[in-house]
Write a protein that binds this ligand. Structure first.
Ligand code: SF4
Length: 314
């Protein structure tokens, strides 16, 4: 398979930055918003512990006192990206915890506030697949008539044993149900997967990639499993009860995943970020640029691209 022309980039995968430039004809940046949501997997509705890799502190902003309003956060983010990145348009990204976990009227008013800001051309909402009632999906569809809309569903793995062991609080079927209810409505779906989860083999991880490749999903975030202080994974790491991935293993697994995914699936992320003050391992994961460069180099070494092993189901 030759490299697809529509990527219009110099990379071996279809990155989000290029996708947005292709779509809007200018630089577009996502502005992270913490709207003060919590999560049913933390507030006692499903559990109080959260997912095994998740630290409960939320955004850095939340540590500093009362949260600024959505419009203030957007204004602040815009100033930064206009000055440092020459950004022209923005996507309001409701990122922290579960951003559809609240009464419909509250959700609508927060999203409306974000979309009313100058130069905000889109909305992206991160959530859990068990937290999206049809009425909220209808709202996203309504926004999608005028804006570029993404909903991000955390999946992490298709394997029930893994989902149980990391305390996700939902199964794979719940994810499929959310995707089915969202697809075909002009709403872009992004999913998150984690590479390096305890008990998973490379075969397990690639099975997850193959299944995601066959679903009506438009984008993906691939995360490296991090051990962070204040998480179950972090505790297991400190007790020496868990093995974190080596860099070479991660890089080569991510390249295998990229080869399996369809060429048109937008890659929103290829590794993970973690706050330095709570970061435990793997040490090599802190150097994000090095990880990204190593993935590029490995694809170059293979003379390979995203999508070379993608198989369309007939
Ligand atoms: S669903 Fe998200 S916010 Fe909630 S505990 Fe899991 S990772 Fe954390």
């Amino acid at each position: 398979m030759p490299k697809p022309d529509f990527w219009n980039n110099s990379k071996r995968h279809y990155d989000f930055k290029s996708f947005l430039i292709n779509k809007f004809g200018c630089k577009v940046y996502k502005l992270q918003i913490d709207a003060g949501f919590t999560c049913p997997n933390r507030d006692g509705t499903l559990s109080t512990g959260g997912c095994a890799y998740c630290n409960d502190r939320g955004s850095r902003l939340r540590q500093q006192g009362p949260l600024p309003s959505v419009s203030e956060q957007i204004e602040r983010g815009k100033k930064y990206y206009i000055k440092h990145r020459k950004a022209a348009k923005f996507i309001a990204y409701f990122q922290t915890f579960t951003n559809t976990y609240g009464p419909y009227e509250k959700l609508k008013s927060l999203y409306d506030e974000a979309l009313a800001q100058d130069d905000v051309a889109g909305l992206s909402v991160g959530t859990r697949p068990d937290c999206v009632p049809d009425k909220v999906i209808d709202l996203f569809e309504e926004y999608a008539k005028d804006y570029h809309v993404w909903v991000e569903y955390g999946l992490q793995s298709i394997h029930e044993k893994t989902l149980k062991s990391i305390n996700r609080g939902h199964g794979f079927e719940t994810f499929l149900d959310a995707v089915r209810r969202t697809a075909g409505r002009n709403i872009n779906i992004c999913t998150h997967i984690i590479v390096g989860l305890p008990g998973e083999t490379r075969k397990d991880i690639l099975e997850t990639a193959r299944v995601v490749a066959g679903l009506p999903i438009n984008g993906i975030k691939i995360h490296l499993l991090l051990a962070l202080k204040g998480t179950v994974i972090g505790d297991l790491y400190e007790k020496g009860e868990i093995r974190m991935m080596e860099k070479e293993e991660y890089v080569s697994t991510v390249c295998d995943i990229l080869e399996i995914l369809p060429p048109e699936m937008v890659i929103q992320r290829l590794t993970a970020d973690g706050y330095r003050d709570i970061y435990l391992a793997p040490q090599w994961g802190i150097n994000k640029m090095d990880v990204l460069n190593s993935i590029d180099k490995e694809l170059e070494r293979r003379d390979s691209y995203q999508g070379v092993n993608f198989k369309k189901e007939s």
